[in-house]
Design a protein. Structure first.
Length: 121
């Protein structure tokens, strides 16, 4: 088993608990409380039980927290991806070069007709 990734040193357990109390994002509060337990000396397994997650998820939370601080634990959209709807005629993701879907993907993602008589339809 490898050594656990250390948490950044510019925060402490009491700070994370205070941030958890102030946030309106429930999942972020849960993640902050799990990391606060680690600051207090809890094992990663105990933190996983507090956060309702597995050990790998705790590791991911530590990495996100070390990189971006408490904002790295927010539950939300990935910043570099905008809202892209496949059914939209004016889909910016499809029209930009290097968009998320290339021509072959667009063809395979077109709605398919369903046979009403098929037992699998």
């Amino acid at each position: 088993m490898s050594a656990p990734i250390p948490l950044r040193r510019d925060f402490g357990a009491s700070q994370l608990r205070g941030l958890a109390k102030k946030t309106n994002d429930g999942p972020q509060a849960r993640r902050l409380l799990a990391l606060a337990a680690i600051y207090d000396g809890a094992t990663r397994t105990e933190a996983a039980m507090i956060g309702g997650a597995g050990l790998q998820i705790i590791r991911d939370w530590v990495l996100h927290f070390n990189e971006r601080g408490p904002d790295g634990l927010l539950n939300g959209n990935v910043p570099q991806l905008g809202p892209c709807l496949l059914g939209s005629k004016a889909n910016p993701c499809l029209e930009q070069p290097g968009g998320r879907l290339d021509e072959a993907s667009r063809r395979s993602n077109r709605p398919q007709t369903v046979n009403a008589l098929s037992p699998f339809g």
